[in-house]
Design a protein around this ligand. Structure first.
Ligand code: SF4
Ligand code: SF4
Length: 181
């Protein structure tokens, strides 16, 4: 036989949280019908950024791939030529893949990138129904062409050499618009 408290009070107290919660404002999110905004620095899908003339910021150095703890990034660099230029300077990322079956969205790759080519957007809808489509190619990751940008390959439009791009001496803004974190 329990005490009076155990017999009469404890069973009622056990429902205390239930009763309190019943009268609170409902916080259920109606996803996917209503999509809430993420925090500004939320780590979502990656983006490969461009310079304001459309050239790619990625120089194919593979530092992002080496930094990745999940081995989710594959990069193959190649040399630019005067006839076929994708980025300012010597090299560009010819092949660039991120495997979202492996990626844990930790952001170490974007910290490693020396040119701010790689950043992360707030896009979080990365589910799919097959494995192949979760390996994103360069074409899936490249930032869209904004007004004033031209689809590479093309010559450097913002200066005579790559230093003009990286020294911050450009007359137009250094960051490509829409660049994420
Ligand atoms: S976010 Fe993390 S796990 Fe994903 S590709 Fe970058 S370093 Fe790798
Ligand atoms: S995204 Fe950045 S770190 Fe990765 S290969 Fe391109 S320039 Fe190098």
């Amino acid at each position: 036989m329990g005490t009076l408290k155990e017999t009469y009070w404890d069973p009622v107290a056990g429902f205390g949280v239930t009763f309190r919660t019943m009268f609170r404002k409902v916080v259920t999110e109606q996803y996917p019908y209503v999509k809430e905004k993420t925090a500004p620095r939320f780590h979502g899908r990656h983006q490969l950024n461009r310079w304001p003339d459309g050239l790619e910021k990625c120089v194919g150095c593979e530092l992002c791939a080496w930094a990745c703890p999940a081995d989710a990034i594959y990069v193959e660099g190649a040399s630019n030529t005067d006839d076929e230029r994708f980025s300012p300077g010597e090299r560009y990322g010819r092949v660039y893949q991120i495997n979202y079956l492996r990626c844990i969205l930790c952001g170490l790759c974007i910290e490693a990138c020396p040119t701010r080519a790689l950043t992360m957007t707030n896009e979080y809808e990365l589910a799919d129904d097959n494995r192949a489509d979760l390996i994103y190619e360069k074409s899936d990751l490249l930032a869209p062409l904004l007004p004033g940008m031209e689809q590479p390959p093309h010559p450097m439009r913002l200066g005579d050499d790559e230093g003009d791009y990286y020294r911050g001496t450009l007359s137009v803004g250094r960051q490509s618009a829409g660049e994420g974190q």
